[in-house]
Write a protein of this length. Structure first.
Length: 186
């Protein structure tokens, strides 16, 4: 394969947006003597398109907005969608992380106990953690009204890359002067 084809493939692969022939030609002017013309670049693009159209690759060369870009082949959309679902599960707000930490260290715990520790309503955070399956309902407390008890799930350990709750840092390791807020009274 000649340099023009390899350089063109590299440019299209590395670009976040579609790359036009004019852009490719401008780059090639500094790399290849004599600079390739429009037809030579079009021929290189045709070679690349043929290479990726035979079904051996999960990507295809697509023409978009007057340029070229590599995209995932349609038959792999379900796989990519699953990755996006997993990645969206991993994003947690600061409030959700605080709520999750309280549940992890004090489980099983009621929502009222979480709210007393955080000092704010935590309905939304608890619901998001349930939706992301990082916590689960582990029963009901034996107190007035029988409130729901929450505990971490097995997905919690996968999310944080631990094998057991014993691997969580001890409270003495994460509490201290560097983690305190405000001024100390003398």
């Amino acid at each position: 394969m000649d340099k023009l084809v390899l350089y063109t493939e590299a440019l299209i692969f590395a670009s976040e947006q579609s790359v036009g022939i004019a852009d490719i030609r401008e780059v090639m002017q500094t790399l290849i003597e004599p600079a390739p013309d429009y037809e030579a670049i079009l021929s290189a693009i045709h070679t690349i398109r043929e290479k990726y159209s035979d079904g051996q690759f999960a990507i295809r060369l697509a023409e978009l907005n007057g340029g070229y870009q590599f995209l995932t082949a349609r038959e792999f959309y379900p796989v990519i969608n699953q990755l996006q679902v997993q990645r969206s599960r991993k994003k947690l707000s600061q409030a959700a992380l605080e709520t999750l930490a309280i549940i992890a260290y004090r489980q099983p715990i009621t929502k009222l106990e979480i709210e007393q520790i955080r000092g704010v309503n935590c309905d939304y955070s608890v619901q998001k953690l349930l939706d992301k399956e990082l916590i689960s309902i582990s029963g009901k407390a034996e107190t007035v009204g029988k409130p729901i008890l929450y505990s971490t799930s097995s997905l919690f350990m996968d999310y944080f890359g631990i094998n057991s709750m014993a691997e969580l840092p001890e409270m003495k390791d994460i509490s201290g002067e560097q983690n305190e807020i405000g001024e100390h009274a003398e």
